[in-house]
Design a protein around this ligand. Structure first.
Ligand code: IP8
Length: 245
């Protein structure tokens, strides 16, 4: 059973203060992972106040690239420091966590399709480690380097590792309906298109509609939930909104 878990930037950092770890929230997530005694777990974390702050400063996004090596390094270095904090806390809690840095492995082609060789991650899993990846910058053909988000890494990992379960933990409790209630299950995009908006419009903002569409294509159930539901997800239960084809 292989599980891919994303801890959103809002869970691991204090988004209102540049380059600040949210100690209480990260500690709670780490405790939930440690209590679950995981096997074959891959963790991905978002950028929060580390990545986005630095990417904005240099005008770099997932489509807007740069050839300025110092700018690329500054964005990557902020994410690497956040990754160090996450890995260290997991190790302190007894988890065999190891870092995997997408900048050193991945690339986008000229059509912006992202690929990531997974030999190191898969071998770490086979050897009982918990690989911890992070949103990052990645070399991008004809554009220099662009941002790769944690969500993009999650779908790449889930496909490449043939994951059985995917979890996206952020500060929202799930996909919300028009009354702000969590939708327990989504099996077709048309069923939620009206509440998510723009059923046939291209979702340039990368909002919930794009996320749901990408997760419906995964072939593994994906759970979108808030921090309170993390222990339930790690115990194998349904958490928040479950998206399955
Ligand atoms: O928070 C973004 O990752 P995300 C990473 O998962 C950077 O979108 C470098 C901004």
């Amino acid at each position: 059973m292989t599980t891919v878990l994303k801890l959103g930037g809002s869970v691991v950092t204090d988004k209102s203060t540049p380059e600040t770890v949210d100690d209480d929230s990260l500690d709670a997530a780490v405790a939930a992972v440690a209590d679950s005694d995981p096997s074959r777990l891959v963790i991905v974390h978002g950028g929060g106040s580390f990545g986005h702050h630095n990417a904005e400063k240099h005008g770099v996004s997932d489509s807007q690239g740069t050839h300025d090596a110092e700018a690329v390094f500054e964005i990557h270095d902020a994410m690497r420091r956040l990754n160090d904090a996450v890995v260290t806390r997991l190790q302190d809690a007894g988890i065999a966590a190891l870092p995997v840095h997408p900048l050193s492995l991945g690339a986008r082609d000229a059509e912006a399709a992202f690929s990531l060789p997974l030999d190191s991650t898969a071998t770490m899993l086979d050897e009982g480690f918990v690989p911890v990846l992070h949103g990052d910058v990645t070399a991008h053909a004809a554009s220099g380097a662009t941002v790769v988000s944690g969500d993009e890494l999650v779908t790449t990992l889930a496909r490449g590792l043939d994951a059985d379960r995917v979890g996206l933990c952020s500060t929202v409790p799930g996909v919300l309906d028009a009354d702000n209630e969590v939708i327990p299950e989504i099996t077709a995009f048309e069923d939620v298109a009206s509440v998510l908006g723009g059923s046939d419009a291209t979702d340039v903002t990368g909002g919930m509609a794009a996320k749901v569409r990408a997760l419906l294509e995964l072939g593994a159930p994906a759970h979108i939930f808030g921090p309170d539901a993390l222990p339930r997800f790690l115990a194998g239960g349904d958490a928040g909104t479950v998206i399955r084809d």
